[in-house]
Ligand binder design. Structure first.
Ligand SMILES: C[S@@+](CC[C@H](N)C(=O)[O-])C[C@H]1O[C@@H](n2cnc3c(N)ncnc32)[C@H](O)[C@@H]1O
Length: 356
């Protein structure tokens, strides 16, 4: 602690900052640190620029090829001045690129985003999060006791959770749109062919199981979710089990159960209840596969505690957990062993395998 205090006094001193800026060896580091700090200060503005490029249709249009500023202005319903302000801002953060004259193309980030339906859906969805974060200190002070835009959207969240097919449809669609990269990560990291059957708990619209089924045609598949969600599913290869993991026993007879982006949605008590329910449904030796973004993930720390920490607080329940915290809960739920397995893109998901 004393060492950190000393470091912070040095970094905060105007004399040291002047010295770092003047010293040719320290200057590149000083510039990088100043840039990173500026990005923290300005991050909300960058996100709003990004939102404008998506909501106006510019990203989608430029995904089809170059366009001139007049066409983009018509599409966005903006004056020439406002369009130019937006395009230059978007170019500065890598969403678009100025090519020549009045012509624009996608930039590096824009090109990656254009084909990513899940990211585009999340950018639009974030308008709810930003509404809840308009006064972030008030949100913290409310201690999750007040309804929020996000608790309304996730109808199973918050104190007055009640069945609402329309809201369940909206969140299920968002989850389905952002599921493909998660399924890819899971399939690349864990070989499901060692199992005969898989039950996806909180499986939503079945998008994860669709990807699993395509990769493992012999696997018997089941999906468990709230009745208002499973009512939207069509009959097919997947056995559908409506119910609540807080009120109903999970179906038995599956040798593997998956929990994809579920556990972090729940506070510790309810999360432990879900794990105990799963443990009771598995025979000894059965497997639980947990896939979700985790806190304290090396290289993706901000995604865990800063993004998901605040997102889930605004939603009214849940928290991102470290792998160590999840392993400790698994032990408490009666699993005999667990291990984290490496994912290629931990910013999308981390993975944990537990044995009953
Ligand atoms: C964040 S979504 C994740 C959906 C899906 N696993 C995915 O990754 O796309 C959480 C899911 O848990 C389901 N869920 C919430 N509370 C539940 C409960 N008490 N019992 C069963 N499912 C529940 C929701 O309906 C929703 O489909």
């Amino acid at each position: 602690m004393r060492l950190l205090g000393w470091r912070n006094r040095i970094l905060g001193s105007a004399r040291f900052q002047r010295h770092a800026a003047e010293n040719p060896l320290l200057r590149p580091i000083a510039r990088r640190r100043a840039g990173a700090l500026f990005d923290l200060v300005a991050g909300f503005t960058y996100s709003q620029v990004l939102l404008c490029t998506v909501e106006s249709g510019c990203v989608q249009r430029l995904g089809e090829g170059p366009a001139d500023a007049d066409e983009l202005a018509r599409l966005a319903g903006l004056s020439p001045d406002a369009t130019l302000r937006l395009l230059r801002a978007a170019a500065a953060i890598g969403i678009v690129e100025h090519v020549a004259g009045d012509w624009w193309m996608l930039g590096r980030h824009g090109a990656a985003l254009h084909g990513n339906a899940g990211a585009l859906a999340m950018i639009r969805h974030h308008t709810l999060l930003y509404a809840d974060l308009a006064d972030p200190l008030a949100l913290l002070r409310a201690d999750r006791a007040r309804p929020t835009a996000l608790s309304h959207f996730w109808s199973y969240a918050g104190r007055a959770a009640e069945a609402d097919p329309q809201r369940a449809g909206a969140y299920s669609q968002l989850m389905s749109a952002s599921q493909a990269p998660v399924a890819q990560e899971v399939l690349a990291a864990y070989d499901l062919s060692r199992h005969a059957s898989l039950l996806d708990v909180g499986g939503g619209q079945g998008t994860f199981l669709e990807a699993v089924g395509a990769a493992h045609p012999a696997l018997r598949l089941g999906l468990f979710d709230l009745p208002e969600v499973t009512a939207r599913l069509e009959a097919g290869r997947v056995a559908v089990h409506p119910g609540s993991f807080f009120e109903d026993a999970l179906p038995r007879g599956y040798d593997c159960i998956s929990l994809v982006r579920i556990l972090h949605d729940h506070d510790d008590g309810p999360a432990l209840e879900i794990l105990r329910n799963i443990r009771a449904a598995l025979e000894p030796g059965g497997t639980l596969l947990i896939a979700e973004p985790m806190a304290d993930t090396p290289g993706a720390e901000a995604m865990g505690d800063a993004y998901f920490g605040f997102y889930l607080w605004a939603m009214g329940q849940g928290r991102p957990r470290t792998a160590k915290e999840i392993r400790s809960m698994l032990r408490d739920a009666g699993f005999v062993r667990s291990r984290r397995i490496a994912a290629r893109q931990p910013i999308i998901t981390s993975l944990m395998v537990a044995v009953a």
